[in-house]
Design a protein around this ligand. Structure first.
Ligand code: AKG
Length: 278
C-alpha cells in the first residue's frame, strides 16, 4: 500500500467529504505552468507523424477528431481538446503528479495516484454536465479523481468549469451491465435519474473561478462540465488530468516515469500504446 502522509487540513477533508471537490491555491509553480504551455506549443509546431488526437469543439470542424498530423492549424484558434499528452511527455506527467499535488491526490484516493488520461485545453470545453466514471470507469468504483490545473485566470467570461457540490454522494447510476460506464442507448434514463437527484437534494451549481497555479480537484462521481464561453477572445488554458489508483491496475498496464510517477501504459481510447513511441 502506498504510504501517503496526511497533507489536508481538517477543513479541507470536510469539504472533500461533503462537497466532493477541493480548490488548491497556488499548488503549481510558474516553471511547471510554463512547461505545460511549452508542451502544447511543441505539439502544434511538430505535427508531422504526431498521433495525439485533437477533438474540435467549436468552428467549422466542430465535432471532428483529428490526429495532430492532420489537424488544420486553424483549429488552434477554436475551443479544442488535445488528448493524452501524458503518455509520451515526461513534462506533462511531472506536472500532473507534481510535488504539491501528488500527496493530496494520494490522500484523496487512499492510495498512489496513477494518470489514466490527460487533456490540454486552450479554451473552455463547454462540455455538458457529466460524471467522469461514465467515460473512464475506474477498475474499482471509488478509485478515481480528476484535476484541472489552471494556467489562465478564470471568470464567468471564459467558460469556467461548473459543478454541483455534493453531487458525488448521489448513488451511482448503474447501466444495464451493472457498471458505471455510459451505454449510449441508456443515457436518457441516466440523465433523468441525475436530474431527479439534483432536485431532490436541492443541489446548486457553482462556478470554479481559479487563478494561474490553482488546481480544482473533483471526485470521480461529481457532476460537472464547462460553461459557455461568453468572450471568445479570452483563452482558458488548462491541463485536466484523470487519475486512478495504481494498485487497482495490473502490473503490465502500470508504467513509471523517470521520477517514479505512475501512469497507464496506453490510452483509454486505445489510440496510443507504448509500441507507437517513436
Ligand atoms: O475544463 C473543462 O471545461 C471541463 C473538463 C471536464 O469536464 C473533464 O475533462 O471531465
Amino acid at each position: 500500500m502506498f504510504n501517503a502522509f496526511r497533507s489536508l487540513s481538517a477543513a479541507q477533508q470536510k469539504i472533500w467529504k461533503d462537497q466532493g471537490y477541493l480548490h488548491l491555491k497556488k499548488a503549481i509553480s510558474p516553471t511547471e505552468m510554463a512547461a505545460v504551455r511549452k508542451a502544447v506549443d511543441w505539439q502544434w509546431a511538430n505535427p508531422m507523424g504526431n498521433p495525439h488526437q485533437v477533438d474540435v469543439i467549436t468552428g467549422p470542424h466542430a465535432g471532428r477528431c483529428f490526429s495532430m498530423n492532420e489537424a488544420p492549424p486553424s483549429v488552434r484558434s477554436e475551443a479544442y481538446k488535445l488528448n493524452n499528452l501524458f503518455l509520451y511527455s515526461e513534462q506533462i506527467r511531472n506536472v500532473a503528479l507534481s510535488r504539491r499535488l501528488k500527496p493530496v491526490l494520494a490522500e484523496l484516493l487512499n492510495g498512489e495516484p496513477m494518470i489514466c488520461n490527460s487533456l490540454n485545453f486552450e479554451r473552455g470545453s463547454q462540455q455538458d454536465a457529466h460524471i467522469d466514471s461514465w467515460y473512464m470507469p475506474p477498475p474499482k468504483d471509488e478509485g478515481m479523481v480528476a484535476a484541472s490545473i489552471t494556467l489562465d485566470p478564470v471568470d464567468d467570461q471564459n467558460g469556467p468549469i461548473f459543478f454541483y457540490p455534493g453531487s458525488h454522494q448521489i448513488p451511482p447510476y448503474r447501466f444495464s451491465d451493472g457498471r458505471l460506464n455510459a451505454i449510449e442507448a441508456e443515457m436518457a434514463a441516466c440523465h433523468d435519474y441525475i436530474r431527479g437527484e439534483i432536485e431532490k437534494r436541492n443541489l446548486e451549481v457553482t462556478l470554479y473561478k481559479g487563478q494561474p497555479g490553482d488546481v480544482l480537484i473533483w471526485h470521480g462521481q461529481l457532476i460537472h462540465g464547462g460553461s459557455p464561453i461568453k468572450d471568445f477572445a479570452r483563452t482558458r488554458n488548462s491541463l485536466v488530468v484523470h487519475y486512478w489508483r495504481a494498485e487497482d491496475v495490473s502490473q503490465s498496464a502500470l508504467f513509471r516515469g523517470k521520477g517514479g510517477s505512475a501512469y497507464l501504459g496506453h490510452t483509454l481510447r486505445g489510440e496510443l500504446t507504448p509500441l507507437s513511441i517513436k
